[in-house]
Design a protein around this ligand. Sequence first.
Ligand SMILES: [Zn+2]
Length: 344
Amino acid sequence: MPTITRRSLLMLTSVAAVLSAAPARATDKLRVVTTTTDLAAITRAVGGDRVDVTTIATGREDPHFIAAKPSYMMAARKADLWIRVGMELEIGYEPLILDGSRNPRIRVGTPGHLDASEGVLRLEVPTQKIDRSMGDVHPLGNPHYWTDPLNGRIVAKTIGKRLARLAPEHADYFTKRVKSFQQQLDERMFGREPVATIGGSKLWALLLKSELGELLSQPGQPTPGGWLAVMQPHAGKKLVTYHRSWSYFAHRFGLIVSDELEPKPGIPPSPAHVASVVNRVKREDIKVLLMEPFYSRKAPDLVASETGIAVVQCAISVGGQPEASDYLTMIDSVVNRVSTALHR
Ligand SMILES: [Zn+2]
């Protein structure tokens, strides 16, 4: 008799566990929690009024260091989907929030957990074994991939597919919105005319093969516009950055990051390293020092007073500056600030 009771109790408990693990949605909207504001902005663009999006970061803080506050765990508790940048950017706080949320729907490896770095183009993936002496180097590569608009385009599709999987009844709606977001992004990147005549996907493919410039220079072809046309005169120019966070932006637009103020990623500028940056800026005649608004101005201002370099503060995430109100305006703002400074 006691055995039977125990067995039936066990059965009841496992049924309860299955029921609570099932993606039960209380409302018609999917509740999405993203770690960063950029992922939130793209999710809102793709999910429209079928999603309710909360973000952990505000865009005004250093995304490497976010405290795992209980309020984040509460937000995660109710989530149908959790989206992270991945590539270990959130390694310091994501496990704490996910554990603290006690929400089985968003555990790593479940459909309710999405790593947005799936499918993005990665840079600086280490080929040798890494250790702490190299600073905060990420074994999967540089995680700041969202500053390349092509990666923003890829992430939109990845998020759209996951939303459709979780809410198949809205799949067509999400697909349409992904296409519309990608078209807006392509028009910002290449200009309206090239997108209308050649098509966004084809333009990206040509750009990746380094064949776009030649094609558009031929007679009868549409006039290039957008971010690409604004940045084109600056290709090959050098920059110094504060942290190794602008590699993807630089790579996409042909800029060269000569040095960083941090001697190693995540290690604050030291007097000796700042002195070596000053020498390099003079030697290579570098005009722009690009940095996020949340880093200290002390070392950048010192380099500026010694060399005359322009210190350009740019939001690297949505919400980091007033004009960076969504993903596209964030890239707009970087393109505007960097190109204006490089014109000097
Ligand atoms: Zn970093």
